[in-house]
Write a protein of this length. Structure first.
Length: 298
């Protein structure tokens, strides 16, 4: 079965609102979810009046609505909310045919403008153009088949298997980008800050799980292209946890493709052959902080 070329969830971060489109076949199983089972944010905002003939459900909300939160950093304004899927019970109360899901949504806006006491260089992009460029970035993280040829339709694994992840970014702009995975955290619940939690990628691109004994976890070289990044992760479960679900949250980031990888922009795996950290690109020096934990903040 051919996979849809459009993502299951896509967000457009506009000047004062976000527009979220959700594919009815949210999980790629051929069984569409009901629009009434989807809501946005802690305020449970409903979607626009759905058209049953359309394959997508659409949400439109102001950045401060639906219980969204705002984080202010030195460089960005970050609005966060969550898409909730809460399936209705089947006719038989003894069985469950679907599980709830939560999809984190973020919109990032740069705080820096073109105000300057000196002359503005003609190659500077105006602030509105910068925001427009931010809107055109589309990130994805997918589980892949063994030969990396397509997305894996099943998310079930056994201990001893390798999970194949592929992260991608697409942009309608003209600037070439290089993608990095800053950190990935596995938890037993959808809450990224819950316990137990295991940060298997951290420190701005150090695949810490590759340092553990008897693992094949590693970034995969070479990249398919600068805007894609692949990595292997050995399957695991939390000790003492009777459940069989893991929730994985990753933070993806881009830099200009022409910028050389450095200690902030890196993809490092531990090489058991050499006993040293090895970068996917760049010199070995950029990975030296993976052992010391002194990597600069991305």
């Amino acid at each position: 079965r051919a996979l849809s070329p459009r993502p299951a969830v896509a967000v457009r971060c506009q000047e004062g609102q976000l527009v979220l489109t959700v594919r009815r076949d949210l999980f790629g199983t051929g069984r569409p979810v009901r629009a009434a089972e989807l809501s946005l944010g802690t305020a449970s905002c409903p979607p626009l009046s759905p058209n049953p003939a359309q394959a997508f459900v659409t949400f439109v909300a102001a950045l401060h609505e639906c219980g969204s939160t705002l984080q202010v950093t030195p460089d960005s304004l970050i609005y966060r909310t969550t898409l909730f899927y809460k399936p209705t019970r089947s006719g038989n109360p003894l069985i469950v045919r679907a599980t709830p899901a939560e999809v984190p949504i973020e919109c990032h806006y740069p705080r820096r403008s073109n105000v300057s006491s000196g002359a503005v260089h003609p190659t500077w992009a105006p602030f509105r153009s910068t925001v427009a460029a931010e809107e055109r970035l589309r990130f994805s993280l997918r589980l892949m088949d063994d030969d990396w040829s397509r997305e894996r339709l099943s998310n079930g694994f056994r201990l001893g298997d390798s999970l194949r992840f592929q992260a991608d970014v697409t942009s309608e702009g003209q600037v070439s980008l290089r993608l990095f995975v800053d950190r990935c955290v596995a938890t037993a619940s959808p809450d990224r800050s819950s316990s137990p939690r295991y940060a298997f990628i951290d420190l701005g691109g150090c695949l810490l799980d590759s340092r553990a004994e008897d693992t094949a976890s590693a970034f995969v070289s070479p990249r398919p292209r600068p805007e894609s990044l692949r990595f292997l992760l050995d399957a695991f479960k939390f000790a003492g946890d009777a459940g069989n679900l893991l929730y994985i949250s990753c933070h993806l980031r881009v830099s200009p493709a022409g910028e050389a990888p450095n200690s902030r922009n890196k993809a490092c795996s531990f090489s058991r052959a050499s006993g040293l950290w090895a970068p996917l690109e760049g010199t070995a020096a950029i990975c030296s902080c993976c052992d010391t934990g002194s990597c600069p903040s991305p």
